[in-house]
Design a protein around this ligand. Structure first.
Ligand code: HEC
Length: 137
């Protein structure tokens, strides 16, 4: 059966189908791509879960307590800085930071050196940051 129209000649209809259908599909494709790209960019960087602890939540401890010695350059014989995100992540993964802050009051090697031990809630927050995957933000 031939596709006919009251006002358009069949070859005009054919032209419109050939012309607009590709535009429609390309347009749909493009919209799909931009939506995915937006997700790709925002997804991994932004932390949208308010339950997760990030470096922004724990950095005050390193700034206010640890950097008295773990500054850059370091002071009082501290072996490494705890200034940047990378410094602190490295200390958690390779230098036993969680163990050092979790030791009992007065135990050898407890950090901060010379005490007092951090409040338990602060230690728990840093432990939770580690369990949440050491997110930056
Ligand atoms: C008064 C100075 C001082 C303060 C404050 C201090 N540290 Fe230290 N820290 C040291 C010294 C000195 C060492 C090296 C001796 C040792 O390993 O016990 C050290 C060692 C460490 C180590 C082991 C490094 C390694 O490679 O073995 C970690 C982890 C650490 N500190 C974390 C911290 C954290 C976290 C804080 C803050 C909560 C902190 N320190 C506060 C002086 C300090």
């Amino acid at each position: 059966m031939r596709w006919t129209h009251k006002y358009l000649e069949p070859d005009q209809v054919l032209f419109m189908k050939n012309f607009f259908l590709p535009i429609f599909f390309v347009g749909a494709l493009f919209m799909g791509c931009t939506a995915n790209t937006y997700d790709d960019i925002t997804g991994p960087i932004e932390n949208t879960d308010p339950e997760e602890v990030t470096f922004q939540d724990v950095n005050f401890v390193f700034q206010n307590v640890c950097q008295a010695c773990h500054s850059n350059p370091t002071q009082n014989g501290a072996p490494m800085p705890l200034v940047t995100f990378d410094n602190v992540v490295d200390a958690v993964q390779n230098r036993g930071l969680i163990d050092r802050i979790s030791r009992n009051e007065g135990a050898p090697g407890l950090m901060p050196l010379g005490g007092p031990r951090l409040p338990q809630a602060t230690i728990d927050l840093i432990v939770q940051w580690n369990e949440d995957g050491l997110l930056e933000e």
